[in-house]
Structure formats: C-alpha cells, structure tokens
Design a protein around this ligand. Structure first.
Ligand code: PMP
Length: 355
C-alpha cells in the first residue's frame, strides 16, 4: 500500500451495509425496504421524463430541484426555503456532518443506533459520545441535558430498535440544548410516529431528516430531504454547492415529485405495513420471542431460548434473510423487516420448523 494514503485508509472504518443479495428467490427481510412497489405514478413520471428518445438526459437537471422542494413543502406544510434535498438521506446526513455539527465538541447519539453516525464521525473527524439507552431500549431525554456537545442526532423511531420517542420528549431535548443542532432522523416515522416537522417553526435548532426509501418504496431512486430553519438549510446548500451542485438526477426529481404527490397510495402502503407488523408481532410472540414495541417497518425481537446468530443462519438456509448485529446488548436480537403478508407467513412457518 502506498505510504501516501495508507494512513487515511487505516483510520477509516467504513459502514457495512446490509447484504444486497443477487439471488432472486430469497425472501429479503434484512434492509427495511418496502415490500410494495412505488406508486404507479412514479413510473409514469419517469417514463414521461425520458420521453421517446431520452434526449433530455443530455441536459443537466435543475440544481435546486425546485419542483421537488415545492412538492415536499406542500405535503409537510412548510416553505421551500425550509427544505434541503439530497441523494438519499445518507447523503443529506453527510452534509449535516459537514455543515452543522460543531467539531470542537463531541456530538451525542444513543449507544444503540444507526451505525452510519460513528462512520461519519470518523470520516469528518468529529468526536462523539454515545449515550446509553435505558434498560427498555428507549431514549431518555434527561440523559441529553447538561452535557456540552457539538450537536445531537438520533433516529425516531430509533434503528435498529424500532422504539419511538414522543414529541414532548424531543422538545425536552431541544429546550435543554438551545445552542446545539438537534437532528431527528425520521427514516421510519411514517410507520407509526408523529413527525417533528410540526416543531420546526418553533425551534430554530431542529433539523428533521426524511427519506423516500422506506415509506415511499424508492430505496433504488436515492432521494432524501431535511426540513428545518432556513438558516440551517442555507448552511447545507453551501456545502452542497461546494461539493456536487447536481445531487439529484432528472429521473429522481420527477419520480420523487410523483411519489410525494400520491398521498392515497402512500397512506395505503403504510397502513398495510402496519397491519402486517402487528400480525407478525403476534406470530413471533407465540413462538417465544420477546418483541420490542415497534413504530417502524421492522421488528426487533429476541428468542428467549435460542441464539440469534444461529437462528439467522438457519433462516438463511431456508432462503430468508434477516439482520443480526454482533454488537453488545443486542447480539441476541434479530431485526426483521416487515414484508408482505405472504413473506411474513413464510418467515413464521420457517421459524416454527426451526424452533
Ligand atoms: N437513517 C436511518 C435511521 C436508516 O436506517 C437509513 C437506512 N439504512 C437511512 C437513514 C438512510 O436511508 P437512505 O440513504 O436510503 O435515504
């Protein structure tokens, strides 16, 4: 390895995403995708943008994605100046780490949380401190009080636990940290939580992150956004314009607009996932699992007698993939994405034969 870059490579611990298998006949319940296809209007919009000859792909997209910002603003009752869009919420988060977090003080996040946060800390040279979750895996707002920090970030519902924090608890964190940006990553909020977007007009230190990957079935299109005070958004825009002025391509912009506008389809898919989640929870409990209350499109569960790693392997042998994390406190848990009813029935049938 060249002596010029080997040190940099050694110091980085990259994020390891969940497996994206190439085999088609697997039941894939490991990376929290939506089991339903995107709205048919998304495909129609993309086909319309391509036209007959795709000639428009010759031209750069709108660098500000104004159409998309307007569609998001309308859906969430905010202004376009309160919105930042990016190529998946992971990229939006990257801008947050570059633009908004103070690098002279540690940033805070839960000890069990989305594993990209420590990775970004490594990439951007930000110190961090993890704040232990309570015994029941919930976030305790009091733990975020009186601790000098360069910013606070957590998912709500948290990942991979699925546990939801109520809006009044989020307000306690905001009020206790008026000089820090508090980032609420709402990748899964549409499956059972109230969005903190309703608080952005009252707290100028709040930034809420959303993705179209989960509740809008568009993980493959890579679109995410942030909602917050225009000053926070302006900081993100400056980083973006110093980095990649055209983060969203033409097809992503029109597809995302169509997805945001199809409220009825969105609502129907979310309700279907929630109903299946409840049935799956009951099925797992009947098989001897302890299931954490989930407000997300996944379930976090441990079997009271059987080892989680072995269960994950046994399911894999039956062509079902779930996620197992070899991490302290949660190594006996499995994270299971809520699939279709048929997929979840196949999962419980497979577990019945394994147990
Ligand atoms: N935040 C959380 C909590 C997530 O689980 C994920 C998905 N892995 C993301 C952000 C990123 O989602 P995307 O980049 O697909 O928008």
């Amino acid at each position: 390895m060249s002596r010029f870059w080997s040190q940099v490579v050694r110091d980085l611990t990259p994020y390891v995403p969940g497996e994206q298998p190439k085999l088609a006949n697997l039941i894939k319940l490991n990376t929290n995708e939506n089991p339903f296809p995107p709205s048919p209007k998304v495909l129609a919009a993309i086909q319309g943008e391509l036209g007959d000859d795709a000639a428009r792909l010759r031209l750069y997209p709108d660098p500000n994605a104004d159409l998309l910002k307007s569609a998001i603003a309308k859906t969430h009752g905010v202004t376009a100046q309160q919105i930042f869009v990016g190529n998946g919420s992971d990229e939006v988060l990257a801008h947050v780490f570059m633009a908004l977090l103070k690098h002279d003080q540690p940033i805070l996040f839960p000890d069990i949380t989305y594993s990209f946060y420590p990775v970004y800390c490594g990439l951007y040279g930000v110190a961090h401190e993890s704040v232990p979750l309570a015994e029941d895996f919930s976030i305790n707002p009091a733990d975020y009080r009186g601790r000098p920090n360069g910013g606070i970030i957590f998912p709500n519902p948290n990942a991979p636990t699925g546990r939801l924090l109520a809006l009044d608890a989020i307000e306690q964190i905001l009020q206790g940290n008026p000089d820090s940006v508090v980032v609420v990553d709402e990748a899964y909020v549409d499956f059972g939580g109230d969005s903190a977007i309703s608080l952005v007009d009252r707290y100028d230190n709040l930034l809420v992150i959303h993705t179209l990957s989960k509740s809008r079935s568009l993980a493959g299109l890579r679109v995410g956004f942030a909602v917050g005070h225009p000053a926070l958004i302006e900081a993100l825009e400056r980083v973006k314009n110093s980095f990649n002025s055209y983060p969203l391509d033409r097809l992503a912009i029109v597809g995302a607009v169509a997805a945001m506008e199809d409220a009825a389809y969105f609502e129907q898919c979310c309700q279907a996932v929630i109903a299946t989640r409840d049935t799956l929870t009951g099925g797992l409990q009947a098989l001897g699992f302890e299931v954490l209350p989930s407000a997300a499109n996944f379930i976090f569960a441990r079997h009271l007698q059987r080892d989680a790693a072995q269960l994950a392997l046994a399911l894999r042998e039956k062509s079902i993939i779930v996620r197992h994390f070899k991490l302290p406190r949660i190594e006996q848990f499995l994270r299971i994405t809520v699939g279709t009813d048929a997929e979840c029935q196949a999962l419980t049938a497979a577990l019945t034969s394994i147990l």
